[in-house]
Design a protein around this ligand. Structure first.
Ligand SMILES: *[C@@H]1O[C@H](CO)[C@@H](O)[C@H](O)[C@H]1NC(C)=O
Ligand SMILES: *[C@@H]1O[C@H](CO)[C@@H](O)[C@H](O)[C@H]1NC(C)=O
Length: 275
C-alpha cells in the first residue's frame, strides 16, 4: 500500500508538472539587446509614496519596439502590412513547434535551415499543424545577454559583420507554400541569418503571408518539440510595427491528458506486478 501511495503521488507530481507554463521571454531591462540604430531601453521612477500601510510605486520606460524578446508585425517590412493594433487575435497563439538545429548551428555559425530541415522534422514529429508557432532552437539562448556572442562579432554596431544562423529564403518559401503557420521565430536576433543583406525571409513572412516573426526567444531548450500551445502576449500598440512580448507556452490539455493516462496505465501495470 505504501509503495502504491509513493507511486501514485509521483504520478500526480509528473502530471501536474506537465501543466507548468514555460516562460519564453528574456527579462526586459538595461542589458536587453536591440538591433543597431535603435535607442537603448530606459526605465525611470515616476513616484514613490506611502498611503496608510501601502507603499505605492509607479515607473515609466521607453523602449524600441524591436528589442529583447519581441515580435515583428507585417508593417515592420511592408507599407500595407498590418500594424500591432490591427492584428487578428487568432494569429497570436497556436500549437508550438520546436525545431532543434543546435548541432548544425554549432558546426556552422552561418547555418541556414533548409527545406530538408522541415522535412526531417516532419518525418519525426508529423506534419506541422495549421496555425503553428514555429520556433527554431539554434542554441543561441546560452549567449544572452552578451551582445558580441549573440551577433557573433566584435563590431556590434555593424550588421555586415554579424554571423548567426537563420532560416533560408528557400526553406521559408517551402514552409509558406505548403503549411499555414501563424508565426516563425527563434532564439537569434533575426530569422534571416546574420550575413543576410536583403532580409528575404522577413519579406516573405511579413509581406507575402502576414506571418508574425518572433526574435530573441528565451528558454526554447525547455520546450518539447510538440504538445504545447504558444501565446504571444503582445501590446496592442497603436500604429506599432512590433512590440516586446511576454511569450509563453502551455502544455496542450489533450497532450497532457494523453501523457497522464499513459503514466497512470504504466503505474497500474507496475503496481499489479508488485502485488
Ligand atoms: C529550394 O532549393 C532547392 C535546391 O536548389 C530546389 O530544388 C527547391 O525547389 C527549392 N525550393 C523552393 C520551395 O524554392
Ligand atoms: C496612428 O496613425 C494614424 C494615421 O496616420 C494617426 O491619425 C494617429 O494619430 C497615429 N497614432 C499614434 C499613436 O501615433
Amino acid at each position: 500500500m505504501k509503495t502504491f501511495c509513493v507511486i501514485l503521488s509521483t504520478y500526480l507530481c509528473l502530471c501536474l508538472a506537465e501543466d507548468e507554463v514555460i516562460d519564453l521571454s528574456h527579462t526586459f531591462g538595461k542589458k536587453t539587446i536591440y538591433w543597431p540604430g535603435n535607442p537603448p531601453f530606459n526605465f525611470t521612477n515616476a513616484f514613490r509614496a506611502t498611503l496608510g500601510a501601502a507603499s505605492i510605486e509607479a515607473n515609466y520606460f521607453h523602449t524600441a519596439e524591436h528589442s529583447g524578446t519581441h515580435m515583428d508585425a507585417p508593417r515592420h517590412f511592408c507599407a500595407d502590412g498590418k500594424r500591432m493594433h490591427e492584428l487578428d487575435m487568432d494569429r497570436l497563439s497556436g500549437p508550438g513547434v520546436v525545431i532543434d538545429v543546435r548541432k548544425q548551428s554549432e558546426a556552422n555559425r552561418d547555418f541556414q535551415a533548409t527545406e530538408q530541415t522541415f522535412r526531417d522534422w516532419e518525418e519525426e514529429h508529423g506534419t506541422i499543424p495549421d496555425g503553428a508557432i514555429v520556433l527554431f532552437n539554434f542554441g543561441w539562448d546560452k549567449f544572452w545577454p552578451d551582445r558580441k556572442l549573440i551577433f557573433n562579432t566584435d563590431d556590434v554596431m555593424n550588421p555586415s559583420t554579424f554571423h548567426f544562423p537563420g532560416v533560408s529564403p528557400n526553406a521559408t518559401k517551402w514552409l509558406t507554400s505548403n503549411r499555414k503557420v501563424h508565426a516563425v521565430g527563434g532564439d537569434t536576433p533575426s530569422p534571416d541569418y546574420g550575413q543576410s543583406s536583403l532580409f528575404e525571409t522577413h519579406v516573405m513572412l511579413l509581406c507575402d503571408h502576414g506571418i508574425i516573426i518572433l526574435e530573441n526567444v528565451a528558454n526554447v531548450n525547455s520546450m518539447p518539440a510538440t504538445g504545447t500551445k504558444v501565446y504571444i502576449g503582445a501590446l496592442k500598440l497603436e500604429n506599432g510595427s512590433g512590440t516586446p512580448v511576454r511569450l509563453f507556452a502551455v502544455p496542450m490539455s489533450s497532450a497532457s491528458a494523453a501523457r497522464c493516462s499513459m503514466l497512470l496505465a504504466l503505474t497500474l501495470l507496475f503496481v499489479g506486478r508488485l502485488s
